[in-house]
Design a protein around this ligand. Structure first.
Ligand code: 13P
Ligand code: 13P
Ligand code: MG
Ligand code: MG
Length: 367
């Protein structure tokens, strides 16, 4: 019987070059060197190292299952090694996302973001890994809804018999640390009242209803809540399977043609449009943004990662980028006003408590 393959996409910001804008090649080289040697020893089948902005992305395939201590420790050790390189170069925020001094068995809750799925590889297994910078995992709610529940986006929901029954959405309540599942299309409206609140309810996994096969998974760590204070946001990753009973590759990337508004621009405290870009353009700079997303597509071949294809490196996304830039101009003119700036209780940076403390005697009570 064929072995199950696990895909792990684990990321962390261990130092920006320059500021929070991008990645120094030395970090990518260090990570590649380490993963190459682990691959030769047989712990992993294959890997791809990339970055989105200042986030180092480790994409790995192996047979250890999800939440494997061995794989998580491997990723953690690489982030620690890369932090050493970042410190030596005095890169910005070296080790920013490593919240703990020692690894305790599972990378979740320790800072890095992690999306994993274990699958029986199909005859042909196209997958897309999305990686974003200057935003948070709630940024995936909108595209995931469009891909797996909106027939105006995904023609297959209407005309492909193998998808026609719909999908199950598993949603995490990040404030109360609990989860709930919705069957779609029949529970669409209940789903939407929750996932429209992207900083509170986050889509974690999506399953095909007919056979419970995993279709999509996202990183759902909320760094700000984990650490109890701002130490770096949770720029997210997500894995989606495509074709033959799942949405077609083109249906999966179609929602990104609309650069929807997300939280996380400048100091993690502003809304901005999420702009789909090529790998080469994944270096947010203007006002530390606007937020970016890249899409790396692979064919799996017995766990080997055949790829990546840089899906947003395509002129058919030029209009989306233009729309994102127009939206960015429009929002920027609001300066410190909402809705460009996040609500008071959602900003990663704030002077609000200190200012209120200073002013408290000066407020006059009105009758
Ligand atoms: P510093 O206060 O570290 O300069 O951070 C500003 C910033 O870039 C927000 O992350
Ligand atoms: P990162 O979370 O990508 O490090 O960005 C920090 C920030 O707030 C930049 O303005
Ligand atoms: Mg950073
Ligand atoms: Mg980042």
């Amino acid at each position: 019987m064929a072995e199950k393959i696990t895909l792990s996409a684990i990321k962390a910001d261990v130092g920006g070059f320059v500021g929070h804008s991008s990645m120094h090649p030395a970090l990518m080289e260090k990570a590649t060197e380490s993963l190459e040697s682990v691959k030769n020893q047989g712990l992993i089948i294959d890997f791809c190292v990339t970055h989105c902005g200042d986030d180092l992305e480790l994409i790995m395939t192996h047979e250890k299952g999800t939440e494997s201590g061995e794989i998580h420790k491997l990723a953690w050790d690489i982030f620690v090694e890369c932090t050493e390189v970042a410190k030596e170069l005095k890169l910005y925020g070296a080790g920013q996302d490593l919240l703990s001094d020692a690894f305790s068995g599972n990378i979740k809750g320790m800072g890095p973001g992690c999306a994993e799925m274990e699958i029986l590889e199909r005859k042909s297994e196209p997958i897309i890994i999305f990686m974003a910078d200057k935003t948070s995992p709630g940024a995936w709610n909108y595209p995931l809804y469009k891909i797996f529940a909106d027939p105006f986006n995904t023609a297959g929901l209407v005309i492909d018999p193998s998808m026609h029954e719909g999908f199950i959405f598993e949603v995490l309540d990040v404030f109360q640390n609990r989860e709930i599942s919705f069957k779609c299309p029949e529970e669409l409206y209940d789903l939407l009242i929750l996932i429209g609140a992207t900083e509170h309810y986050i889509i974690k996994n999506i399953y095909r209803k007919t056979d419970n096969e995993i279709a999509a998974t996202s990183s759902t760590q909320k760094l700000n809540l984990l650490a109890g204070k701002y130490v770096g946001k949770d720029d997210p990753v997500m894995i989606i399977r495509c074709q033959s009973g799942f949405p077609a590759l083109g249906e999966v990337i179609e929602p990104f043609s609309f650069p929807h508004m997300v939280a996380g621009w400048m100091r993690g405290s502003h809304h901005g449009p999420i702009m789909p870009v090529s790998f080469e353009d994944a270096h947010p700079s203007r006002f530390d943004g606007p937020p970016r997303v890249i899409a790396a597509a692979f064919q799996l071949s017995n766990g080997r990662l055949i790829g990546p294809q840089d899906l947003f490196c395509d002129p058919s996304f030029d209009n989306s980028r233009k729309m994102a830039l127009d939206a960015a101009d429009y929002l920027r003119r609001h300066g410190p006003f909402e809705p460009h700036r996040l609500p008071l209780d959602e900003m990663e940076y704030t002077t609000f408590p200190a200012v209120m403390e200073k002013l408290k005697e000066r407020f006059k009570k009105l009758n």
